[in-house]
Design a protein around this ligand. Structure first.
Ligand code: TYD
Ligand code: MG
Length: 455
């Protein structure tokens, strides 16, 4: 194969340069030039040569498109199927991101074992662990080892040529950061390598209708390591969430071309690998024996399923000129905004206080329905006065101090009743038309109304 030509492209403005430089000529941004392949024609051709993919492009009506091509493949793990929107779509590329040690490899190999038992032809490509390590783990997890085909390889060209001869229906690459292509000189794991390798794998998946799953590392601040563009290239992006201390692991879809986003699947990490938790609604509560201050239970709706989650706050006198606002599992900026609303519309000042907010169990809450719970938890901690243990709270707080409705209010209330909660502070617009048996609903339209309920 002739050596492909490489250029350097600016990540900011797209300008191309023949040589690497510290600064882009065009937009003068620093450290933005990355290596790109100019021509990868020979490689593309090798796929096209295969008969069944040589389809000439033509214009067609959508109703005549054969939808069969993107059928679903149930993985045998209902929680994973749920997260991806009802099974893996064939020919799709899924990226699974998460902290080291959270369970990506465990999940993927368990999935391959289940698929293998159903007669699906699979291939597990590992660049991180040796065959012995993987086999040892498989034995410990009682997996169908005779159904898992393993390839320990990091060279993309070799991976693709083996895949081309083996024709797996499902291929796992663990991880995308270890794979490198010969076309580039950059080190494996660099932005250029990750981008180019992923692009070729996506092309392979689409042209051969192979379902590909890529495991990906995440950086300290929680983003996938490597170019942002990786998330654009793939069809589905799943994130593994969870505390290293907690045994629960949540898989959340943050992008899905084949289903809804924010759908979650819940697993527990046990000594026999990941086990599905099919009814997770109450696992994120810490269940204190005595009422404690700074703890509020909210009902969040992640995807199609309501979950009871405990929000904890600690508000304490700050000795810093710039008091700390720390939130774990929630967006930081939103916390600052909520504290400003609390000051302006309820007269409660926290400018001399450090405020820490935590969501129990390591789950992330992405919806604004948590606003009211966060503020009530902060007030409870500030005043050191516990909330009733049978109280649940949800509602969005607006900048004008109003409490805005959230979606699926009734469903959230019903879930709370199921778990024995008897009192709810919710937005006025979410007030149910009929009385809910066993639940006292306090509907509020202003933040000050909600706070006055606490006295
Ligand atoms: P792993 O799946 O290798 O994580 P990743 O690929 O995301 O880096 O590791 C999973 C972690 O879970 C590891 O630290 C050990 C633990 N574990 C268990 O507790 N039980 C098990 O059965 C297995 C296989 C792993
Ligand atoms: Mg791993």
């Amino acid at each position: 194969m002739a050596k492909p030509k490489v250029q350097y492209q600016c990540d900011e403005c797209g300008a191309t340069l023949p040589k690497w430089a510290g600064q882009c000529n065009e937009c003068h941004a620093w450290n933005t030039l990355i290596e790109v392949v100019v021509e990868a024609k020979s490689n593309v051709k090798s796929f096209r040569n295969r008969d069944h993919i040589a389809v000439p492009a033509e214009v067609s009506f959508l109703d005549t498109v054969d939808a069969e091509q993107s059928s679903r493949l149930a993985t045998g793990m209902a929680e994973l199927d749920r997260a991806v929107g009802g099974g893996l779509a064939t020919g799709s590329v899924t990226l699974i991101g998460g902290d080291p040690g959270i369970g990506k490899s465990t999940l993927l190999i368990q999935m391959l074992s289940d698929l293998g038992e159903k007669g699906v032809k699979t291939l597990y490509v590992s660049g991180e662990e040796s065959a012995q390590q993987i086999s040892l783990r498989g034995r410990r997890l009682d997996l169908a080892l005779d159904k898992i085909r393993l390839l320990t390889e990091t060279n993309l060209e070799r991976i693709l040529s083996i895949a081309n001869s083996e024709h797996p229906e499902v291929m796992v690459i663990d991880s995308i950061q270890t794979v490198y292509t010969e076309m580039l000189q950059s080190a494996p794991g660099s932005v250029a390598q990750v981008r180019e390798s992923a692009a070729q794998l996506v092309r392979y998946a689409k042209q051969t209708n192979t379902t590909v799953l890529l495991a990906g590392h995440v950086t300290k601040d929680g983003a996938l390591a490597g170019p942002r563009i990786l998330e654009h290239m793939v069809d589905t992006v799943l994130y593994f969430e969870g505390d290293s201390g907690s045994r629960y692991r949540v898989i959340r879809s943050v992008k899905n071309r084949y289903g809804a986003v924010n759908e979650i699947g819940v697993f527990a990490m046990t000594d026999k690998g990941l086990k599905e938790v099919s009814n997770p609604s109450a696992i994120f509560l810490s269940r204190h024996e005595e009422p404690v201050s700074g703890s509020v239970v909210m009902v969040t709706k992640e995807g199609t399923r309501p979950l009871l989650v405990e929000v904890q706050a600690l508000v304490d006198t700050s000795h810093l000129g710039n008091p700390r606002r720390v939130s774990v599992g929630l967006e930081q900026n939103r916390l600052s905004m909520l504290l400003a609303v609390l000051h302006r519309h309820a007269g409660i000042n926290t400018s001399d206080q450090d405020v820490f907010i935590n969501v129990v169990g390591g789950i992330r809450i992405t919806e604004t329905a948590a606003d009211l719970a966060i503020l009530l938890a902060a007030i409870s901690s500030l005043k050191n006065s516990p909330m009733p243990q049978d109280l649940i709270v949800f509602g969005e707080v607006g900048l004008a101090g109003e409490i805005r409705p959230v979606q699926n209010g009734l469903e959230r209330l019903n879930e709370a009743v199921k778990h024995g909660f008897k009192k709810a502070i919710i937005p006025k617009a979410n007030q149910p038309k009929q009385k809910i048996e066993g639940m006292e609903v306090i509907a509020v339209s202003r933040l000050s109304d909600a706070i006055s309920q606490l006295q």
